[in-house]
Design a protein around this ligand. Structure first.
Ligand code: PBG
Length: 324
């Protein structure tokens, strides 16, 4: 159909028509809020590069989760800052670790909030890598057992879902087997399946004190230039038993989200990461953009690309806007 028989503007001329033909609607149900747990009491350390976000001690964390629950946010994603780091990241799988204690406190107070835990070692190792290091090399297979122990310890503490972000090969199968062996066969795994080696994680590494102390993560996280490789990574995780597939970051990788959505029939999640959040907050502070509008446009675009679930530091702000 060509102009003048077809006029694209006919269905844009008023708000009612626009609502009727809108293809994508962002909902609070789509959102997952990442939070940072730290030891201590009544701690609320602002994260400079992530305005509105804090390292929270368990007491304050529970309050924030209550607020998120009131706003209708269905799930939170939990990261921990341990009391001490060591070469094997032992505080990641300690029974009284920070995440383990935070999970049980949250489930106690807000039982219907879904608590998803990040499973990784980088916050817990003194070298800051996501796996065990031997002679300067990140050892894949030896790391799997520690990741599996971490996931099981989270499930024992009450986690509703585990989300491995380490990018070791074979971790989904290792986690699935360990969870099943401990009677957690109903605990889903959300896999950070296509996780890129991205400069957009900068503010997170300040927040979680997880920057690598030597080298970088290029031997385990993906090259930003690759797309076919994302399909291989995702396929591998599906075959190993992942329940939800995550793409990370979101905005610079909308093509990957869209492609995975087309090729895979599992729910797809996207992580709108710390750097994506920080850029919008910074430009808003400078008065260069309309922050709330850019936020909603960003989240809508991630959903339009194919994400069913969006992990975002904007979750509270967006939920408030959606409530109107
Ligand atoms: C740790 C992890 C990172 C993020 C989530 N889990 C950082 C990294 O891989 O260095 C980044 C999240 C964000 O930037 O918001 N494996």
């Amino acid at each position: 159909m060509l102009f003048p028989d077809y006029r694209a503007r006919r269905l844009r001329q008023n708000a009612a028509f626009r609502r009727m033909v809108r293809e994508t609607t962002l909902s609070t149900d789509d959102l997952m809020l990442p939070l940072f747990a730290i030891n201590g009491k009544n701690v609320k350390n602002p994260i400079a590069s992530m305005p509105g976000h804090f390292q929270l001690s368990v007491d304050n964390l529970v309050k924030t989760v209550e607020e998120a629950f009131e706003l209708g946010i269905p799930a939170i994603m939990l990261f921990g800052l341990p009391s001490k780091k060591d070469p094997l990241g032992t505080r990641a799988y300690a029974k009284d670790g920070i995440v383990q204690r935070a999970v049980s406190a949250i489930k106690n107070k807000v039982p219907d909030m879904a608590v998803v835990t990040d499973v990784c070692l980088c916050q817990y190792t003194d070298h800051g890598h996501c796996g065990i290091v031997e002679k300067g090399v990140i050892e894949n297979d030896a790391t799997l057992d520690l990741l599996a122990r971490t996931a099981v310890s989270h499930a024992k503490a009450g986690a509703d879902m585990v989300a491995p972000s380490d990018m070791m090969d074979g971790r989904i199968a290792a986690l699935r087997e360990a969870l099943d062996d401990s009677q957690f066969d109903l605990t889903p795994i959300m896999s950070y399946a296509a996780k890129y080696c991205s400069a957009f994680y900068g503010p997170f590494r300040d927040a979680a004190h997880s920057a690598p102390q030597f080298g970088d993560r290029r031997t385990y996280q993906m090259d930003p230039a690759n797309s076919l490789e994302a399909i291989r990574e995702v396929t591998m995780d599906v075959e190993e038993g992942a329940d939800i597939i995550m793409i990370k970051p979101a905005l610079p990788y909308l093509d990957i989200i869209s492609r995975v959505r087309d090729e895979i029939d599992l729910p797809v999640a996207a992580y709108n990461v710390s750097g994506e959040y920080a850029m919008i907050k910074a430009a808003e502070k400078m008065g260069w953009i309309d922050g709330p509008k850019v936020m909603m446009e960003t989240l809508t675009s991630i959903k339009r690309a194919g994400a069913d679930i969006i992990m975002t530091y904007f979750a509270m702000d967006a939920a408030r806007m959606l409530r109107g």
